[in-house]
Design a protein around this ligand. Structure first.
Ligand SMILES: [Zn+2]
Length: 486
C-alpha cells in the first residue's frame, strides 16, 4: 500500500518514496524555549509524532531530528528586537542557559505526558555555532550574501536571479521589491526582505560567539539548514513544522540550502495547521494561548475543567493535521467521552466470548484503517473506523452478534496497531492503589445502599461489620453513606 503525503512545496499529495529506504530522514522545527508550551506546540509535536510512529509501523528506520532553539530567535521577523531567550533572562535575572534548561525540561515533560516519542536527535542552536558559521561562509563564497556593519545578510534579489525565491510560500520578489524599495533608508540591509545569516551583537547581547565578521550570533533560519544537513545529509526526506513557520522561516531555509549547495535539501515539506480560538490563531503573540500545564490542571479562566494529556492528544488527532482546529470546552469534553468509549471497548475485547461462527465481517477494517492513515495521515477517518469496531465489540458483548476467537483477536490486533501503536494513545485508567480503593469503596457503598433500599438489612449490616474488621468505618449521612479509615 502506498503512503500519500501532501507536499506543501508542490501543493498536492504525492506518493512517498524514501530516498534511502528503509531509512527515512525527518527534520521538524522544535520550540524556542523561553516559555511554557501551549496547545499550538502540542499540535505540531503530536502531528509529527503520528508521522514518526506510522513510518516506524511501516518498517522504516526513521531518524527524527527536532531542534531546540536556544539562541538567535529575535522578537520580530525583520531581524530586529531582542533575542527572545536573552530578554526572558534579563527580566528574570537569570543566565540565558538557565532559562533554556528550565523551559526545555518543562517542554520534555509535557511531550512525555502527551505520549510523544522522543526524537532520535534534539540538537540545540547554541551547540552548532561552528556548523552555522561554516554554512554562512559557503553562502558568502557563492555570492548570495553580503556583509554590512559586521552582520551578514542573505541577498534575496541576487538569489532570485539564479533560483526562484518564494516557491514554498508563493510570494514573488518582484512584488516584495515594489512594496519595499522606497522604505529602504539607513537600514543595514539592501532590501527589507533580506534576512540575517549572522548578526553582530550589541554590547547588551549576552549570547555571542566570535566569527570572521564580528562577535555575534547566527540568524534564526540558519540553525535548521545547518543541523538538518549535519544529521540528515544534503538531501533528506521530510521537513515538518507549523504553518506559521512557512514564511519566512522555511522559505529562508530553502534559499539557504540552494545558495550553499546548489540544490534543495528537502523532498517533502509538511505543515500542520493552527489551533484557533474563536477563529483567531492561538499563539504567544496574540496572548490568547492556554499552556499545556493549564489544560492538565484546569487552572485557566477559559477552562471548565482539567483535561488529561490523552484527552488533549485525542482532541488533536480527531482533526486532520492540515485543517484548522478550534478550541472549545465542548469539543474537549466530546473528545474525552469518545476516548473513554474507545478504551472501554478495547478492554472489553478480552472479555468477549467467542462463537463458532462470525455473523459480522471484520476483515475489511484493517484495510480501511491503513487506507485512512496512508491517505496523508488521515487520523479522523482512521478513528471513525475504530468507532465502527466499538459498535461491533459492544454488540458481541451484548450477544447481539457473534465473532469467532480468530476474529476477536484480529479486532484486538487492529486496536493494538492503530489506537496504541500508530495513534499513540494509552489508557489513563490508573493502577494507583489509592484511586482503586476509592472506586472499590464506591461500588461497595452502592451495593449496601441498594440492599437498604430493598430492606435487606442483613446484607447491609454484614457489609458494615466486615468493613469494620478492615478498619473502615461507614457513616450514614442524609446525602448517602461516606467512609473513612478508623
Ligand atoms: Zn526551523
Amino acid at each position: 500500500m502506498q503512503l500519500l503525503i501532501y507536499n506543501t512545496l508542490k501543493r498536492k499529495k504525492e506518493v512517498f518514496e524514501a530516498l534511502n529506504a528503509p531509512h527515512v530522514g525527518m527534520y521538524v522545527c522544535g520550540p524556542t524555549v523561553y516559555g511554557d508550551a501551549h496547545l499550538g506546540h502540542a499540535r505540531s509535536a503530536v502531528t509529527f509524532d503520528l508521522v514518526f510512529r506510522h513510518l516506524q509501523h511501516m518498517g522504516y528506520k526513521v531518524r527524527y531530528v527536532r531542534n531546540i532553539t536556544d539562541v538567535g530567535h529575535l522578537e520580530n521577523d525583520a531581524d530586529e528586537g531582542e533575542d527572545k531567550i536573552g530578554k526572558k533572562a534579563r527580566l528574570e535575572q537569570l543566565e540565558p542557559m538557565e532559562v533554556v534548561k528550565y523551559f526545555t525540561d518543562r517542554y520534555e515533560q509535557n511531550m512525555d505526558a502527551l505520549n510523544c516519542k522522543h526524537p532520535s536527535i534534539e540538537p540545540t542552536a547554541s551547540g552548532h555555532i561552528i556548523d552555522q558559521i561554516e554554512m554562512v561562509k559557503t553562502i558568502f563564497e557563492n555570492g548570495y550574501a553580503y556583509e554590512s556593519e559586521g552582520s551578514v545578510y542573505f541577498d534575496v534579489e541576487k538569489y532570485n536571479k539564479d533560483y526562484k525565491y518564494g516557491k514554498l510560500s508563493g510570494r514573488k520578489v518582484e512584488e516584495l521589491l515594489e512594496n519595499t524599495r522606497e522604505l529602504a533608508g539607513q537600514d543595514e540591509k539592501k532590501n527589507s526582505f533580506d534576512f540575517a545569516l549572522w548578526k553582530k551583537a550589541d554590547e547588551r547581547h549576552i549570547m555571542r560567539w566570535p566569527s570572521p565578521w564580528s562577535d555575534g550570533f547566527p540568524g534564526w533560519h540558519m540553525e535548521c539548514s545547518a543541523m538538518g544537513k549535519k544529521y540528515l545529509g544534503e538531501t533528506f526526506d521530510i521537513h515538518g513544522g507549523g504553518m506559521d513557520l512557512l514564511f519566512p522561516h522555511h522559505e529562508s531555509e530553502i534559499a539557504q540550502s540552494n545558495a550553499a549547495q546548489g540544490k534543495d535539501a528537502v523532498r517533502y515539506w509538511m505543515h500542520n495547521n493552527m489551533i484557533t480560538v474563536n477563529g483567531q490563531k492561538m499563539g504567544k503573540s496574540l496572548n490568547n494561548f492556554i499552556t499545556l500545564e493549564e489544560f492538565f490542571t484546569g487552572n485557566h479562566e477559559s477552562l471548565q475543567q482539567a483535561y488529561s494529556p490523552m484527552t488533549i492528544r485525542f482532541f488533536l488527532l480527531q482533526a486532520h493535521y492540515r485543517s484548522t482546529l478550534d478550541f472549545s470546552n465542548e469539543a474537549l469534553q466530546a473528545a474525552e467521552k469518545g476516548m473513554t468509549k474507545l478504551f472501554t471497548a478495547y478492554s472489553t475485547i478480552d472479555k468477549l466470548s467467542a462463537s463458532a461462527t462470525s455473523s459480522t465481517d471484520v476483515n475489511k477494517y484493517r484495510d480501511l484503517c491503513y487506507q485512512a492513515i496512508n491517505d496523508d495521515f488521515n487520523s479522523p477517518i482512521l478513528i471513525s473506523h475504530l468507532f465502527d469496531l466499538v459498535k461491533i465489540i459492544n454488540q458481541v458483548n451484548d450477544k447481539k452478534t457473534s465473532l469467532t476467537a480468530e476474529d476477536i483477536s484480529f479486532v484486538k490486533q487492529i486496536f493494538n496497531d492503530f489506537l496504541i501503536d500508530v495513534l499513540g494513545m494509552k489508557s489513563e485508567i490508573s493502577t494507583d492503589n489509592s484511586q482503586l480503593v476509592d472506586y472499590l469503596m464506591n461500588t461497595i457503598l452502592e451495593i449496601r445502599q441498594n440492599a437498604k433500599a430493598n430492606k435487606d438489612w442483613a446484607t447491609a449490616d454484614k457489609i458494615r461489620d466486615d468493613l469494620i474488621k478492615l478498619n473502615i468505618q461507614i457513616k450514614d449521612t442524609k446525602d448517602g453513606a461516606d467512609w473513612s479509615f478508623k
